[in-house]
Design a protein around this ligand. Structure first.
Ligand code: AHG
Ligand code: MN
Ligand code: MN
Length: 337
């Protein structure tokens, strides 16, 4: 019988190999415990009365769904008392959440998008959680500030996401490849099912919200038009399109079988800088994709090199199979077709 390796065993072995310090291992275990609780709530759906609007708005002016609020609470409560964190930041919170003074402070900062793909909650389509771990640059006796979070993505200590789909999968990197785990709902363990996920350099599949086509910049218009011309166009090949509208689900597909995912700059989102959030959407996904052999850019800059200016900063995102991402980048650098 092939041996089943749990997330716990995987992390202990990473610790023994000196790739994961003990406190980071505990942090990741607690995140895994919290997302199991979110997954249980998600799977109950209408039976638990968790669908629909919360009736409130978050700091970005977006309507909050009940599950946005519930998932945020679960992550905050699970992570505030363990002693390995100094502060947290979330899509759903205006500013940072320092660990309450009655708990010990630790060496890390945790950022998350507690519930990604909110528009898919009520239609029973895959949604997710995205998280990013940074080092706490402050001395332990100081309360962290928002400025302490504004570190470039290349300094992330760990990053991951959880997809609540037909199965619940956790995908993680601590800077040594990308590792996937599937939740065994009977035992409650995340089992190591996808070691060293890599994505092929070439792909024939792309993901973009095509309803924004008229707002795209010229380089993106050109790239997508060439894909759509298929066999008879300049690419000499047919391309397929998928758009789930949950970044977690779309990126999970890209990490599983290759592809390119794009939420580029367009005239609709230009004033905000982009649609997706740098610190808890773009950065963790960019780290995962690069660790899997892919690339992630705004079209002009490597995402992991961006020095953040604001906690809720937005950026254009183009990520996935390296050859395709490089092609889109080259169109941005030399816009003349
Ligand atoms: P969130 O639900 O956390 O606000 O994120 C939604 C994001 C992302 O998951 C997805 O790729 C994108 O919004 C979908 O946007 P469109 O509805 O414009 O396609
Ligand atoms: Mn999101
Ligand atoms: Mn969200």
């Amino acid at each position: 019988m092939s041996q089943r390796i749990s997330l716990t065993q995987f992390l202990i072995e990473e610790q023994r190999a000196a790739r994961v310090p003990a406190d980071l291992r505990l942090l990741l275990e607690v995140v895994a415990r919290a997302v199991k609780a979110i997954g249980v709530t998600v799977s109950k759906g209408a039976l638990a009365g968790v669908l629909g609007e919360a009736g409130t708005e978050n700091v970005q002016g977006e309507e909050q769904k009940k599950l946005d609020v519930i998932s945020n609470e679960i992550l905050l409560q699970a992570n505030e008392w363990g002693g390995y964190l100094a502060a947290m930041a979330s899509e759903e919170l205006e500013t940072i959440y320092p660990v309450p003074p009655n708990y010990p402070k630790g060496d890390y900062l945790l950022l998350f998008d507690p519930l990604d793909g909110s528009s898919n909650i009520d239609v029973n389509v895959t949604i997710g959680t995205i998280f990013s771990v940074l080092r706490n640059p402050q001395a332990k006796d100081k309360t962290p500030t928002e400025a302490d979070f504004l570190q470039p993505g290349r300094d992330q200590i760990a990053a991951g996401y959880v997809a609540y789909g037909p199965s619940t999968q956790l995908v993680l990197t601590v800077g040594d490849g990308v590792h996937g785990f599937t939740l065994d709902r009977e035992t409650g363990d995340f089992i190591y099912t996808n070691p060293f996920m890599t994505l092929p350099a070439e792909t024939r599949e792309y993901a973009i919200n095509a309803s924004n086509a008229r707002h795209w910049e010229a380089p993106v218009q050109r790239y997508i038009a060439e894909l759509q011309q298929g066999k008879t166009g300049p690419r000499g090949s047919d391309f397929n399109m998928r758009w789930i509208a949950s970044m977690v689900a779309d990126v999970h597909r890209v990490l599983t079988r290759g592809g390119i995912f794009m939420y580029p700059l367009d005239e609709k989102c230009r004033a905000k800088g982009g649609k997706l959030r740098l610190m808890y959407e773009a950065n963790p996904m960019a780290m995962l994709v690069e660790q899997a052999g892919g690339a992630a850019t705004t079209g002009r800059t490597r995402i992991l090199d961006i020095i953040p200016e604001r906690l809720h900063q937005r950026v254009p995102v183009i990520l996935g199979s390296r050859a395709e991402v490089e092609r889109v980048t080259s169109y941005h650098l030399d816009p003349a077709p």
